[in-house]
Structure formats: C-alpha cells, structure tokens
Design a binder for this molecule. Structure first.
Ligand code: GRF
Length: 200
C-alpha cells in the first residue's frame, strides 16, 4: 500500500460526517481516498450528496435481503469490489454481526455522539441533559462486536450551556464530529500506510 488508503463510508441518513470526510479527502496530502459510499437505506439523503460530490454511492437495501447474513454478504461484496481497505461508519444505523466486525477488525471506525465510554447507545443528547452533565462530545473508535465499546481513537469535548436543548447540543457536537472524524481518519490511514510500507 503506497498510495492513498481506499476507504468506504457506510451511512443510513443525511451523511454530514460523510461529507466532511469526502471534503477532507479532496486535499492532495490526505492519506485516504473515498472509494465508495454504501447505504442500507435507499432513501438516505447522503447517497445523493455523495454522488453530487463525485463519489460512487450505492444502496444496499436491507429490506431486499432475506436476513442480516445475506445483507452483510452483499455489503462485504461491495466493499471488496471497491477495493476498500478501511471502513468508516458515519450514521450507519444497523448493528453489524460479530462475524462481519471480525472481518474488518482494526479497519472499521465509527463516530458516536458522546464521550465514550459514557453514554453508549441512542439519544445521548437527551440523556446528557437529563443527567445535568456540564460537558458532552463525540468519539471516534474502532468497531468491536459490542456496541460503542471498541478502542477509542480520539474524542472531542463541548460544553453543555444554559438553555441547551437536544438540538442545540447536537449542533454544537456535530461541528466537532466533522473535524474529529477527518482528523481520526487521517491518523489511522497514515498509520496503516506506514505499517504496509514497512512490510513491503
Ligand atoms: C452523528 O451524530 C453520528 O455521531 C451518529 O449519527 C449521526 C450521523 O449524522 N453516529 P450524519 O448522518 O453524519 O449527519
């Protein structure tokens, strides 16, 4: 691996983190290139956005498969077909099986809107506010079989401010997500490339 690391992005919805990664990968010195965007949801707005940004984007419609195993086999076939070396989950709303995760161990990243290991799972903004926390944030981590529990790569903090509701807090965190995810991918892709060139 001497060139840029071929990276796939998996989405389910609006794809703002995906767009931040596509934008970062436009830089000539960025160590990753976005090879493909895949969505389990054919209606995902992010699919259109990726195509507008000139990136190949395909729906792998979960509902058109007999079950998770067939869906994941199709997903993996698309990843292999695109020559993906790294996978970034970005608002991908399906829990992947342990078998799938094992295939991509150490090469699959996720972004989660909390300071992991705090507040795994959904509705993190509402829970942070309900618990009266004074700070919140986001985490990029390697994906492991257990949800939101893989090794942390990077975190970013934001303050919880008086008058915050979930939307205000989410918007503040999202700005950090975009910055953090592109930095984390930069770091992981550089490390992967360095390891590969040592082996070569
Ligand atoms: C982000 O808040 C991310 O942390 C979470 O899902 C949301 C996806 O947003 N996993 P977007 O689709 O990237 O805009």
């Amino acid at each position: 691996m001497t060139g840029r690391v071929r990276t796939a992005i998996l989405i389910s919805g609006r794809g703002s983190n995906m767009r931040a990664l596509i934008e970062a990968a436009r830089r000539a010195d960025y160590p990753a290139e976005i090879a493909i965007v895949l969505s389990d949801n054919p209606e995902a707005v992010g699919l259109t956005a990726a195509r507008e940004d000139g990136v190949m984007a395909k729906a792998v419609d979960f509902r058109s498969f007999r079950g998770k195993q067939d869906f994941e086999a199709a997903l993996n076939a698309h990843l292999m077909g695109a020559g993906a070396e790294l996978v970034c989950l970005a608002g991908f709303m399906r829990i992947l099986s342990a078998g799938f995760v094992a295939k991509w161990q150490g090469r699959m990243l996720n972004i989660h809107p909390s300071l992991l290991p705090d507040l795994r799972g959904l509705n993190t903004y509402e829970r942070a506010l309900a618990e009266g926390r004074t700070e919140h944030g986001c985490t990029v981590h390697y994906v492991s079989a257990e949800l939101d529990a893989g090794p942390v790569i990077a975190r970013a903090r934001v303050p919880v401010l008086a008058g915050d509701d979930a939307d205000k807090l989410a918007a503040r965190v999202l700005v950090e997500e975009h910055r953090l995810y592109s930095q984390a991918l930069d770091m992981v892709a550089r490390a992967l490339r360095a390891t590969a060139s040592q082996k070569a």
